[in-house]
Ligand binder design. Structure first.
Ligand code: ARG
Length: 461
């Protein structure tokens, strides 16, 4: 039995029903849907629409339906169009005709808006916790990389030496911004309970919406019923947050994929986090990292697709909005399946400090050479050109910068003196960049990372 048969004299076409029905994906709203219904039954009773006995019968019945879902004992009927229909149908089988009073003054429009928001308010903190775990793993790796040097790249060309700890933390801070975005999400949407908005115009019963909102863990009801039933900004915002998380993870993954290539050989993935080839016996493939890189595309697709769905909709509820759930659930499932293995991979990946050190070349100290000249009073723009000529001279001779003689240096500029030798020390080059946030300031940065983790329930051991 549908919830809306009265005016119709023909059954819905089977193919239309297949298109229309959403239970196959919205069943997972059952818990929040039932919580919403229980809160609504209480609000109706407080408004004098239900007797206390009716309310209690409905609540007990709803709890039985919830328990059936929870233990996998719920059996869908062909008429179960969506989760709301399914719960009400089963409730009627359990408590009888009084079930028909539950939907008084309510619409599936405010009901589903509330369900999706409640679901998000539970899901987002779980994702946040997984992100904090990954951030902690990155910070721990950073703590373990003291004194290891790594070539830093721009345009993926060798640029300047970095402390490995600094590279690790370079992937830590983006996640802290993701965590902050998720926290702000919960903070903002907790204040917008749609229940009681009705189909679009509000409810004619004397429901105390502020109290109703509070029963459901919200801090306030939505101020406009028409907006409340059509608003899916929370879905779009979540998809954006999820996409940006995906983007951050893809960049971490890409760095590690490149570092794992034997030509660089900077890292070795733990065997539990890499896979082999069915054909080539020598392969150690970074499949989990490639999936991390690839999933970002899927997340971005969900965001772009759903924004396109929202664009240009007329006000009020439109069935297009049912398209919110599959991308939303898939985005959540994608990230929650990705974050734990990625965290494990990060915890176990091993850097080869000799390989990263060997990949440094003295041309990466050309900026330091220019800065040396600045120390001798040469304006930086001019010093840059002189250092470039030194690099070229060394290239032409096929030798490292330090192999040129002082006479060679002085042939380019007589500002060079014997102390130029001190420039050719990679560790020193890192140390010199000790202004706040630089690679030479990484100990201070690690301190900030520890403080962030402690403030997010993850004190370092
Ligand atoms: N399954 C629907 C959805 O997800 C519930 C709301 C249906 N409302 C309606 N008037 N058809 O959006």
């Amino acid at each position: 039995m549908t919830l809306w048969g009265g005016v119709f004299s023909h059954e819905t076409d089977d193919a239309v029903r297949l298109l229309n029905d959403s239970l196959r994906f919205d069943w997972r709203l059952y818990d929040v849907d039932i919580s919403g219904s229980i809160a609504w039954a209480r609000a109706l009773a407080a408004a004098g629409v239900l007797t206390t006995a009716e309310r209690d019968t409905l609540i007990a019945g709803l709890e039985r339906v919830r328990a059936e879902f929870a233990r996998g004992a719920f059996t869908p009927a062909p008429s179960d169009e969506d989760i709301h229909t399914a719960v009400e149908r089963r409730l009627r089988e359990i408590v009888g005709e009084v079930a028909g009073k539950l939907h008084t003054g309510r619409s599936r429009n405010d009901q589903v808006a509330t369900d999706v928001l409640l679901w998000l308010l539970e899901a987002v903190p779980k994702l946040r916790a997984q992100l904090v775990e990954l951030a902690a793993a990155l910070a721990e790796q950073s703590e373990r990389s003291a004194d290891v040097l790594l070539p830093g790249y721009t345009h993926f060309q060798p640029a300047q030496p970095l402390a490995l700890a600094h590279w690790w933390l370079g992937h830590f801070w983006p996640l802290t911004r993701d965590v902050a975005r998720l926290e702000a999400f919960v903070e903002a949407w907790r204040a917008k309970c749609p229940l009681g908005a009705g189909a679009l115009a509000g409810t004619p019963y004397a429901v105390d919406r502020a109290e109703l909102a509070e029963t459901l863990g919200f801090s306030a009801p939505t101020p406009n019923s028409l907006d409340a039933v059509a608003d899916r900004d929370h879905v779009a915002e979540f998809l954006f947050a999820a996409t940006l998380i995906g983007v951050h993870l893809s960049k971490l993954a890409e760095d590690l994929i490149v570092f794992a290539n034997p030509a660089l050989g900077f890292v070795r993935l733990d065997e539990r986090y890499s896979t082999g080839s069915s054909l080539m016996p020598q392969k150690r493939n970074p499949d989990p990292l490639e999936l991390a890189r690839g999933k970002a595309g899927r997340l971005l697709g969900h965001l772009a697709g759903f924004l396109a769905t929202l664009k240009g909709l007329p006000s009020g509820y439109n069935k297009d909005l049912q398209e919110d759930k599959e991308p939303l659930f898939d985005a959540y499932d994608t990230l929650s399946a990705l974050l734990p293995p990625l965290t494990g991979l990060v915890r176990t990946v091993q850097f080869d400090a000799e390989r990263t050190r060997a990949a440094l070349n003295e041309a990466m100290l050309a900026t330091d050479l220019a800065d040396y000249l600045v120390g001798k009073g040469v304006p930086f723009r001019q010093a840059h050109g002189l250092a470039g000529r030194i690099v070229r001279l060394a290239e032409e001779r096929g030798v490292p910068l330090s192999a040129l003689t002082l006479a060679d240096y002085r042939s380019v500029s007589d500002a060079f003196e014997e102390d130029v030798r001190a420039v050719f020390d990679f560790a020193e080059a890192v140390q010199r960049r000790k202004a706040f946030g630089g690679t030479g300031d990484v100990a201070n940065q690690a301190q900030q990372a520890r403080a962030w983790l402690a403030a997010h329930g993850h004190p370092s051991s």
